[in-house]
Design a protein. Sequence first.
Length: 169
Amino acid sequence: MATLDLLPTDVTLAPTPMVQLGGLVADSPSAVGPLVPEAYARLFAFVGKHGLTVNGPLMTIYYETAPDGRTRFAVAVAVADPKRPVPREGPIQLITRPAMRARQFLHVGPYAGLSSTYGRITDWMLAHGDMREPADWAHFMPMWEEYLDDPGMTPESELRTRIVLPLPE
């Protein structure tokens, strides 16, 4: 059973250099997971090729979920500032996430439980006036998940996923 800290933390995030593989599309939010391993393999091949240093957790960034469920997303990882230009290679590029205010929720448990966690976050956001209806998720895009543990080293029941929602200025 997954646990969720429904007492979110509001934070200010500093600008962060990251490598992103964008332009990915899944048929639904639940169809993103199977596409992620190959995308991360491509992302890490780019990181290695350019001698970049990973400086944070793996992320899946959600840009849009259309009314038909199609989900536009990217995978990314923070890197140490390379202090030099890094060329774009197709959909893979070095970007800088801007400084921003954000709200973070923590999911603990299997990734398969994230869908129900999002339902609980939606309920919390509705109850606290951050949303008027579930479609208001669009106001928090792009939002992302940060995978804080290595699933090869951490029991499923202890995996931590930070869910980050940008806040309006």
